[in-house]
Design a protein around this ligand. Sequence first.
Ligand code: PAF
Length: 290
Amino acid sequence: MELIRTIAEAHDLVEKIRLSGRLIGLVPTMGALHRGHLMLVDEIRDHVDVIIMSIFVNPLQFGPNEDFERYPRTLDSDVELAESVGVDYIFCPDVSEMYARNMKTRVVVSDLPDHLCGLSRPGHFDGVTTVVSKLFNILKPHVAIFGQKDVQQAIIIQKMVKDLSIDVKVLTLPIVREVDGLAMSSRNSYLSETDRLEAVKLFQSLNFAKQMIVTGEHDLSLIINAIKNFITTGNSAEIDYISLVDTETLEELTELKEGSSVLIAIAVKFGKTRLIDNLTVKIPVFEHVE
Ligand code: PAF
């Protein structure tokens, strides 16, 4: 496996691969790899001939008071892990290589960032779409894959690809979880022992809400309150949002329509660590007796 550090090297490499008629798969990451990332590699393998993983902690997608500085950077162990699952190349540029000093351009998808994480992380998704379009331009993948834990990110990237007619197929992978249900995330490593135990309530609360919905509960505020109480009882967890939204537009639902689907998305802070999780639930159709 080879490490590629510059855009020029990457351009040469992808030109050679493309000329040889092989398909390129891209797994974009910020490193600190966990099993979820390795599953992305597993999933893309059947679709392509060459797998490139990018490892780049993208400053553009962090707010001024967020964790850019302390975000885990574990390149040596990432390289080993990536190699063990058959990644062919790692693209790991420096910030100065990716962003010229006076870079003036941003790629911005409208509306979709105005919900969920976008509300508490202004500018975050502009940073994501800007770096992902750069990665697409530099590495020219035929296929790219993103995890569903960052469901809003996946939806925004799919929209960007469609709107800008970018010639890349975007795959998504269902959330990969720890045995107790906690969604895998590089930020889980920040959790204290107590918070790690409490964090399992995220997935449990989503399942609790799902149970309410499939057994006929339609009252949105009741469901939201139930999730809130479930998560916050007995600890210092701080809710950022609990939202039941449209699975495509991400707009807050005002009612639960039988036969449609709802995306339940949550973001919660345990100490300084903000975690997200989500679950899509199909709302059953009930027989209504007159
Ligand atoms: O999901 C991530 O790890 C990042 O947002 C991504 C897609 C690699 C862009 O920096």
